[in-house]
Design a protein. Sequence first.
Length: 458
Amino acid sequence: MAADRRTVIENCSIATVDAHDTEYADGYVVIAGNRIESLGAGKAPEGLENVGRRIDATGHLVTPGLVNTHHHYYQWITRGLATDHNLFNWLVALYPTWARIDEQMVYAAAQGSLAMMARGGVTTAMDHHYVYPKDSGDLSGAIIRAARETGVRFTLARGSMDRSEKDGGLPPDFAVETLEGALTATEATVKEYHDASFDAMTQVAVAPCSPFSVSTELLREGAELARRLGVRLHTHGSETVEEEKFCHELFGMGPTDYFESTGWLGEDVWMAHCVHMNDSDIAAFGRTKTGVAHCPSSNARLAAGIARVPDMLAAGVPVGLGVDGTASNESGELHTELRNALLINRLGAHREAALNARQALRLGTYGGAQVLGRADQTGSLEPGKLADLVLWKLDTLAHASIADPVTALVLGAAAPVTASFVNGRQIVEAGRLLHVDEDAIARSTRVEAQRLARIAAQ
């Protein structure tokens, strides 16, 4: 949009998710170019110039766009497999199939993953892609192309693995990279695609996969590479009791101490899951401001356990929400994680005091922006921030009798998205994507899933 072109949204409830949790029962938002110009109670200011569109948002709640902090897009074409496995057995069952992906499959899977998130209110997405089989094509480029076409703000966590079966890891030998190859390819990806500007649509993080699939050298040198290039770091951490046992047996210490010994704690780091953490681990994350991507549905699907999110928040740990790969969360939607985060955490030690609806919304918006290092730009509705926002329709049968709109959004059925804006540009209208063909994507993902299944069976 032109810098002075305005969109005015009126007659809506607003949850800003700012530092004071400011809300308006009946308010307005003015978008100018790619920024939020103003918002508040009542009608928009009179005399606004260059208004290209006015939206009557009666019956809607406007929130910041959702921010997804952990995902594996390629898994879109292996959904519904190994449905009764724990994490290690699930990985053993699926790695031989994943190791045969190629560029065409990854592009289709990324399209499917992104489309499902975007139509459900995600405006900032990420992908932790770490499977780079030899001669499989330009996988990172395919993922970034799909994100640009969908129109979401995007972080590619360029993953890697160098510990295969012959070294005591889980991936097949032909599915991993060498230490040198992984570092070289990661640096090249950062230099080609990372944009450090305020309104960047594409960023890159350095993301070795996990303690049981990468060497200590790759973790340590990956951290050094990320800090030399000025980008963030991401990996899996403390996901299962098996991982904790693995770290003690191999390294003589638990996952958090191991990560700290390799340079992997800090405000530029975020880790997925963090289910099995003791008080000392949580204190270390709080002290260093290491972020956490909480993936409640995936943790339940793989029987990993319940992350101690209330204790993390109390310790000052930045926490966002993650879909995780759709081979362990087949819905692929982040807005359902708002509800699941609240419900699952209430099964833990804090019971009904664990999380409330507004805390869940904060996890999915501002908390995610913190984790991705973008809280100054997005994650809340404030003048000067990027115009990444969602209009949720709450006046239908599913929600109309719930007086509080935030409670309706979080605890009610998945709310329809009437409009979603990223960088001031609308990407969803009445629940349909505007810039990609959902039906064509559905067909291509089915074709590629079937092709992968045939190849894997040979």
